[in-house]
Design a protein around this ligand. Structure first.
Ligand code: ARG
Length: 467
């Protein structure tokens, strides 16, 4: 090959018909060991189950399986203690493990790959890895939910402005707002659980793509590895990556949810809002401006959603139009999966930390709820409820009263009854009873509404619903 140095020695694991080794650049583009070494534990788990099954089926000798088992335990110990030397020339984790096994136990190592291919092996490893990642992420999501629920219970009656279009809309409580995120994360957990169900089938024994002539027992290996069943079609088993795409989609959606929380924390901690204070542990100072408390973690959570979404787009693009069955393209599945899982795990931990530590400024929240005519809907509802007006007419009259207050530079409740009655003569003193923000939130008792009593009940229910 021009411009590339051919290397000596064909690959010991597949080099039977090769005279020379790969070009240096070929090795570089081909090798995945730099990242797929993260699959070592899953790879060894899969090999142990496979070897045990081969022996049980009489395909390899019991003593060979025993030697393989002992050898794999040593390989695992070497990797976990950091003594293992990963070799790029051995391409990937599968061949690194098998290569070391051969050094350790000799001939029996060569029997491990009977009735198996790296195609079903890698699919098995990655499914096991994704399953483990989902379990870890679920624990982290539950932790964030607990932090949010705790704040919701503490601040079930802390009135604050609710926003639509980031314009003051109606008063809500901080507890209610916290519980909105609990629901979002609850659905994120549901997506992960759904993904886990479909991912949890075993490709092992599909071999290269066609199955095998050896009398293997795929149900046995599936069971040993905790899969619900062997995958029904061997071609599908080695070519399917929709489990990874689903995982990435679930990660991306969750990261997007967290980015909204990050953004709100950024806004809420600004001097202009001053709604909450993050702890020192989750803020940084500025090297030039001594007054600064920058919400870096929240900003990074906001930004990192880009990585998770990028990972989804990357793998979807790899898979699009790819013919069945396995293609080396699919080696590109791992880095996005690792990247998304790592990113989401970190963002969940950062959010849990920020939320657990954050201190809302209740007085400031209440004062902000008084601004921006957040109680205008309450006035309109009062015109409907107390004076029998149609909502549209009430909306119109309220709009005119808001305009009046705006011109005066005051709140609705600061207008005199005479001023209000100039717009709507049916109004009485009773109107002042509905204009307070605490009364406003207390009145919103509909299911799923912001009334403190509702929020307390919802927080309690959330503890049960999201263990
Ligand atoms: N490292 C490969 C991957 O990640 C393993 C499967 C390779 N299979 C093959 N036929 N070359 O996809």
């Amino acid at each position: 090959m021009r411009g590339a140095k051919a290397r000596d020695g064909a690959n010991a694991l597949w080099g039977g018909r090769f005279a020379g080794g790969p070009a240096e650049i070929m090795e570089r583009i081909n090798a995945s060991i730099a990242f797929d070494k993260r699959l070592y534990a899953q790879d060894i788990r899969g090999s142990l189950a496979h070897a045990e099954m081969l022996a049980a089926q009489g395909i390899i000798a019991r003593k060979d399986a025993a030697a393989i088992k002992k050898g794999l335990a040593r390989v695992l110990a070497e990797i976990e203690s950091g003594r293992f030397v990963f070799r790029r020339s051995l391409e990937d984790i599968h061949m690194n493990v098998e290569g070391r096994l051969a050094e350790l136990i000799g001939a029996p190592a060569g029997r491990l790959h009977t009735a198996r291919s790296r195609n079903d092996q890698v699919a098995t490893d990655l499914r096991l890895w994704v399953r483990d990642a989902i379990d870890d992420l679920d624990r982290r999501m539950a932790e964030l939910q607990r932090a949010l629920i705790l704040q919701a219970e503490r601040h079930a009656d802390a009135v604050m402005p609710g926003f639509t279009h980031l314009q003051v809309a109606q008063p809500v409580t901080l507890g209610h707002h916290m519980l909105a995120y609990v629901e979002m994360i609850g659905r994120d957990r549901g997506r992960m659980a759904d993904c886990r169900k479909r991912a949890n089938e075993s490709p092992l024994g599909a071999a290269a793509l066609a199955g095998t002539a050896f009398p293997i027992d795929r149900h046995r290996t599936a069971k040993a590895l905790g899969f619900s069943a062997p995958m029904a079609n061997s071609i599908d088993a080695v070519s399917a990556r929709d489990f990874a795409l689903e995982f990435l989609a679930a990660c991306a959606i969750s990261a997007i949810h967290l980015s909204r929380l990050g953004e709100e924390l950024v806004i809420w901690t600004s001097a202009q809002f001053g709604f909450v204070r993050l702890s020192d542990g989750f803020t940084t100072g500025s090297s030039i401006m001594p007054q600064k408390r920058n919400p870096d973690a929240a900003e990074l959570v906001r930004a990192k959603a880009g990585r998770a979404l990028g990972a989804l787009v990357a793998l979807a693009t790899v898979m699009k139009g790819l013919p069945l069955a396995y293609g080396k393209d699919m080696q590109e599945d791992k880095e996005p999966v690792f990247e998304a899982a790592d990113t989401l795990a970190l963002c969940l931990a950062a959010c849990a930390g920020m939320v657990a530590d954050m201190k809302p400024d209740r007085a400031r929240l209440a004062a902000a709820a008084e601004d921006g005519f957040a109680n205008a809907t309450d006035l309109a509802d009062h015109l409907v409820g107390a004076h029998g007006m149609a909502f549209r007419a009430a909306h119109h009259a309220t709009g005119r009263i808001v305009k009046l207050a705006e011109a005066r530079g005051c709140r609705l409740q600061d207008l005199s009854l005479t001023e209000m009655r100039a717009v709507e003569p049916r109004l009485t003193r009773a109107v002042f009873g509905v204009l307070g923000v605490a009364r406003s939130v207390a009145s919103r008792r509909s299911f799923g509404g912001t009334a403190p009593a509702r929020v307390r009940a919802a927080a309690k229910a959330a503890r049960r619903r999201f263990p």
